[in-house]
Design a protein around this ligand. Structure first.
Ligand code: PEP
Length: 254
């Protein structure tokens, strides 16, 4: 399918895969996706597998992402990883503000914006996640929540940095639940987010930003979701852990 923006499909492995398992998965993906040029494909393993996966994909069309990073560059921050450490493994993308981190680590929009700026300072491309909970959707607050998160989590970025940032719309109620937003719900949210980006930056910038959909994306629903005009890719959790599923999501999106 012909799209205005090149699709970007990333696999968020979360806290799954030992090094040996990660290599099995990524070697399978390399074989399955060797000829894919139409879509930017990234895998986001846990920190512990970044080095091995980085080496394994050197000669491939797969790109590497991390699942989080610190807003600080170095220092006394026990347990944290900074941008320069990710760069050592040729990491290109970093997921920021995933709803699990917003929920369990209480990450705020302001913190996510600091991380996004730190990522850009190191030439990493952030994938900034936004999305409403079921309660917020049912209360009719979806657009208000998305606007607050988009404005807050991307605060301070220049237009040039925004173009190099990916936004992931991930309705919290669709993550890992098997419930997918309808294609219309996804398209509406993506168009709304692009409208907010046009207000904050400008129309030309907003038109260039890639907005991924995330939430129970599977081989069976990928084509219809990617067919929406403002859906520019997917952030895939559960289905990115198996070669067959992730490869088929990508093949079905082309
Ligand atoms: C995610 O956590 O980013 C995600 C979209 O998960 P899943 O695909 O499993 O719903």
């Amino acid at each position: 399918m012909t799209k205005e923006r090149k699709l970007i499909i990333a696999g968020n492995w979360k806290m799954n895969k030992t090094v040996a398992e990660a290599l099995d998965l990524v070697n399978g993906l390399k074989r399955e996706l060797a000829t894919v040029k139409e879509v930017d494909v990234a895998v986001c393993p846990p920190f512990t597998a970044l080095e091995s996966v980085s080496k394994a994909i050197l000669d491939s069309n797969l790109r590497l992402g991390a699942q989080n990073m610190s807003e600080n560059n170095y220092g006394a921050f026990t347990g944290e990883i900074c941008a320069a450490m990710l760069k050592e493994f040729c990491v290109r993308y970093v997921i920021l503000g995933h709803s699990e981190r917003r929920q369990y680590q209480k990450e705020s929009d302001a913190l996510i914006a600091k991380k996004a700026l730190a990522a850009h300072a190191a030439s990493l491309k952030p994938i900034v996640c936004v999305g409403e909970t079921l309660a917020e959707r049912e209360a009719g607050q979806t657009n208000q929540v998305l606007e607050t998160q988009v404005r807050g989590s991307l605060a301070g970025l220049s237009k040039e940095q925004m173009v190099e940032t990916v936004v992931a719309y991930e309705p919290v109620w669709a993550i890992g639940t098997g419930k997918t937003a309808t294609t219309q719900q996804a398209q509406d949210a993506h168009a709304f987010i692009r409208g907010v980006l046009a207000q904050v930056f400008d129309d030309a910038t907003a038109k260039k930003v890639r907005i991924q959909y995330g939430g129970s994306v599977k081989p069976g629903n990928a084509r219809e979701l990617m067919g929406q005009p403002d859906v520019d890719g997917a952030l895939v959790g559960g289905a990115s852990l198996a070669v067959r599923d992730f490869a088929d999501i990508i093949k079905n999106s082309i």
